[in-house]
Design a protein around this ligand. Structure first.
Ligand code: NAD
Ligand code: LMR
Length: 332
């Protein structure tokens, strides 16, 4: 078995051996996400951290026969879990119950994410961070603010995971169009909550959907999370589909780090697109590369309908982003 260092020197400059740390690995998302990451051959060192249960998850996942080491870490071992990580995925935090908005999670999850970000800034300041914990529109700015306060912020390495919205868009449109979702590629831009989730069907073969069908489809994607929260009836929110989304996004990050060509995902990043209007973070297609963000794509041509959705989303995003930033300023 190669150590990480040996494995790295084995390949050329672009490596295929990466340490991925999952913070919140014992949870509903963390467990299946860890399993899916164990199946990714680029992940050679999988570090599973949680305030409870991570060693058990690690022991279980470690029996899956792929050529990687898996280790579980308890609360007093966060430093070891993070040290040397190339990618840190964060699904730590509480999920919604019926009747709650994602913003209702802010009071609990903001401090969880802030504290994990502090540790990441100290022990793995160069790692790429993929933030799953809700409300993503605010938790990503929280991480940015923590990293800024420690002098190690690199906007090219911070990502809000919005991939579940992309999965839902392809799945839901395929259900009404009778197509194979594998062949559906829908950009979803904006943010990750309600009206800030904007699928761009005008850029797909479904651009001529009748307005009523289109509105219903867009609404279902924007509020797809609520479907799961309601069906789980108090037992949490999307975990399995989110694990798939998180594994896809982490895989894309690793493909980018490895220097593969044309790695593009929609993700919530510090964005030039609407910065002059005060929207510091925005989700759009992003090309991923060895440095993290290689290129933030503009939105392309939008229909008048989509243009209207973007305008409204910007107002909410400005508030959500400010809430995260102010939280860290007031509670450093
Ligand atoms: P869960 O309660 O099942 O798991 C959360 C895990 O986080 C638990 O194991 C808990 O012990 C752990 N945890 C709590 N505080 C921690 C800390 N300080 N350090 C490390 N671990 C800690 O919840 P879940 O269903 O896995 O959801 C997790 C989060 O992901 C929620 O905030 C949820 O809203 C969010 N989520 C986001 C998306 C998205 O698309 N971005 C999708 C689904 C869920
Ligand atoms: C989702 O979109 O499923 C997640 O953000 C979880 C939630 O609270 O809906």
């Amino acid at each position: 078995m190669f150590s990480k260092v040996a494995a790295r020197s084995f390949s050329s400059s672009a490596t295929n051996a990466y340490k991925v740390a999952v913070l919140g690995a014992g949870g509903g998302i963390g467990q299946p996400l860890s399993l899916l990451l164990k199946l990714n051959h680029k992940v050679t060192d999988l570090a599973l951290y949680d305030i409870k249960g991570a060693p058990g998850v690690a022991a279980d996942v470690s029996h899956v026969p792929t050529n990687s080491t898996v280790k579980g870490y308890n609360p007093d071992q966060l430093k070891e879990a993070l040290t040397g990580a190339d990618v840190i995925v964060i699904p730590a935090g509480v999920p919604r119950k019926p009747g709650m908005t994602r913003d209702d999670l802010f009071n609990t999850n903001a401090s969880i994410v802030r504290d994990l970000a502090k540790a990441a800034a100290e022990y793995a300041p160069e790692a790429a961070l993929a933030i799953i914990s809700n409300p993503v529109n605010s938790t990503v700015p929280i991480v940015a603010e923590v990293f800024k306060s420690k002098g190690v912020y690199n906007p090219k390495k911070l990502f809000g995971v919005t991939t579940l919205d992309v999965l839902r868009a392809s799945r839901f449109v395929s259900e009404i169009a009778g197509t194979d979702p594998v062949n559906e590629h829908v950009s979803v831009v904006g943010g990750h909550s309600g009206i800030t989730i904007i699928p761009l069907f005008s850029q797909t073969t479904h651009k001529d959907l009748p307005a009523d069908k289109r509105d219903a489809l867009v609404h279902r994607i924007q509020f797809g999370g609520d479907e799961v929260v309601k069906a789980k009836d108090g037992a949490g929110s999307a975990t399995l589909s989110m694990a798939q989304a998180g594994a896809r996004f982490t895989g894309a990050l690793l493909n980018g780090l490895a220097g593969e060509k044309d790695v593009i995902e929609c993700t919530f990043v510090e964005s030039p697109l609407f910065k002059d209007e005060g929207v510091e973070f925005f989700s759009s297609k992003v090309t991923l590369g060895p440095e993290g963000v290689k290129q933030v794509h503009d939105l392309g041509n939008l229909s008048d309908y989509e243009d209207g959705l973007v305008k409204t989303a910007k107002e909410t995003l400005i508030q959500n982003i400010k809430k995260g930033t102010e939280f860290v300023k007031q509670n450093p």
